[in-house]
Structure formats: structure tokens, C-alpha cells
Ligand binder design. Sequence first.
Ligand SMILES: NC(=O)c1ccc[n+]([C@@H]2O[C@H](COP(=O)([O-])OP(=O)(O)OC[C@H]3O[C@@H](n4cnc5c(N)ncnc54)[C@H](OP(=O)(O)O)[C@@H]3O)[C@@H](O)[C@H]2O)c1
Length: 302
Amino acid sequence: MKEPYQLCLGTAMWAWTISKKMAFDLLDQWYQAGERCIDTATNYPINKNSADFRKAEQWLKEWLDDSGVTDLKIMVKIGALSNDGSSKNNLKPSFLSINHQHYSDLFGEQFDCMMIHWDNREDAAAIDASVQCMESLCSTNQALGFSGIKHPTAYLQSIKSLGKKPYLQAKQNAIQSHLDYYNELIPFTKTIAYGLSGGGIKLHSDYSNSSSIKQRGLDLDPFKNRIDHIRASVNNFNQNNPDTPIENMHQLGMTLAQLDPRIYGMLIGPSKPEHVADTISFSKRLKTHLSNYESLKKELDG
Ligand SMILES: NC(=O)c1ccc[n+]([C@@H]2O[C@H](COP(=O)([O-])OP(=O)(O)OC[C@H]3O[C@@H](n4cnc5c(N)ncnc54)[C@H](OP(=O)(O)O)[C@@H]3O)[C@@H](O)[C@H]2O)c1
């Protein structure tokens, strides 16, 4: 796993479960810890409240203006036309150009990566027009990326023809993985895992009404057996490895991502300062004790 996107702070829950004050506190903490990468999207938060469309990027801009910070690396997902959770989007070159200009004006040099957000198209020629347009818009220092690509095969030639490897966001946690789905694209991309906690699954506690799982309306019933198996495996692992226990789903997600050679970086979604602190300290532990967790991965894979 390499720089610069070893860890990237996600903003999907800002203005949803995360207040403006909390978002600013998380940014302060992230920055003070030496981290610089941020992931956002035009339609964050996807909370179905149209008044909140673009709220995450607005808060990020406000924090930049207040703090005077000028060296973030901001990854922006573009194309969605609403935050109602539907797939309404526009990936035509003209719209991509307008958005590239908007984020260049908003974030300046800190606009580090332009990323397509959701694409249900199967038409390789139309896809290629979007990808070629992005490549022509981005400066040599800017990266390209893709998130929510429904037809990976239709993207393959366009991605292979790019001058530099783009980023690809893919869900990866102890319950669900999209890595096989994106298998053919992975050798030609820098793949970044998101959803490390399965959207906020708890190993040891119940869900409050303000929890991420409840607010997103995620139904965990189909995964009940898998979650029970994970809890039992983690308990067993912790008894045998009391010095390097797994304390929550997020740590488990980070561990599995770090052990997977296909993954280049991780997107994290903390909702409070303890989550940021936990992520940073656990990532240090993974650098020194990764091999301790291979047996747990084997058990969960088996
Ligand atoms: N989800 C997607 O479809 C998607 C797609 C592409 C990109 N992304 C990007 O990836 C970022 C992360 O995605 P995600 O929110 O789905 O990630 P996630 O890690 O699966 O879920 C985040 C939730 O997990 C809990 N959590 C986070 N860090 C924790 C920690 N250290 N310890 C214990 N619990 C922790 C929190 O739930 P509680 O608040 O309930 O405690 C938090 O709201 C997003 O913000 C976004 O920028 C997401």
C-alpha cells in the first residue's frame, strides 16, 4: 500500500449524522495528525433532503477558509444531479467541464482528483468520451478516478488507454466485497476500499437511532449469520491474541483491506473524534503487526 491515498477522510455523512461543528473538529484532528486526503462528492450527503445538496463540499470550503489550510488533497466525485439516492446524473463532456471549473474555483490547487460518480451506462463510446474529456481537463498533477461503475467491461479500454493509473473506489469489508466485480479493472487502477465497517456495523453494541446503520436504513437481517460468525471468530482471535485484539468492525475492515494486495488505499468514515484516533493508532499497529491477523483472515475466508 502506497502514498498518497493510504488513508482518506470521507464526508458522506456530513450534514446527515455529522453536525457542522463535528465535521470541523474531525477536519482539525485529521489535519493535525498529518493526514491530507479528503473524499467528497457533489451529492453528499445522500440523505434525500434536497436542501443539503452540495452541503459537504460547502462545509469543506468553509473550513479551508477559516483554517487557512492550503495543502489538502481533495478527491471529488462528480456527475450526480441530486442527493435523493437515485441514479440521475450527467456525464457528458460539457457537464464535466462545468464541474471541473467549479471545483477548480472552489478548491484551487487542492482539487487533487476528479472522479466519476455512478455510471450505469454500458455504451463504451459514450464512456470513452467522458474519460477522454476528464483526461484533457485534468492537469498533469491531477488524478482521475471512478466510483460506482456498473459495467466494468465497458470501461476497460478507456482506462487502459489513460496515461496514468486512475483511482477506483470499491466496497470492501468483512461482509461484502466488490473486488471480484471489478477484477478486470484492478490491474489498471489504484483501488481504494470504502465501507470498511459495512456502513457502521457494531461488534459489541446495539444501534441508537442516530447510528449510521439506522440513519441509512440498512437492513442487516440478510447478513445475520455472517455477522454472528464474524463476532465468534473475532472473540476467538482476541482470546488467543490479547495484545493485538480487534475491537470493532472498522479495525477488522482496515485489517482485511491492508492484507489484500489488490487494495491501494482506504476511505474512512469517522463520525466522532474517537473514530479518527482509533483509525490512526490502528493503522500504525497494522504497519508493525499485520502478520498477526493472517489467521483471522483465513478463518473468515474459509
Ligand atoms: N458508502 C458508499 O457507498 C461510498 C461509496 C463511495 C465512497 N464512499 C466514501 O467512503 C467513506 C466511508 O464510507 P462509509 O461511511 O460507508 O464507511 P463505513 O466505515 O462502512 O461506515 C462508517 C460508519 O462506521 C462507524 N465507524 C467509522 N469509523 C469507526 C471507527 N473507527 N470505530 C468504530 N466505528 C466506526 C460509524 O458509525 P456510527 O456513526 O453509527 O458510529 C460511521 O458512520 C464515505 O464517507 C465516502 O466518502 C462511500
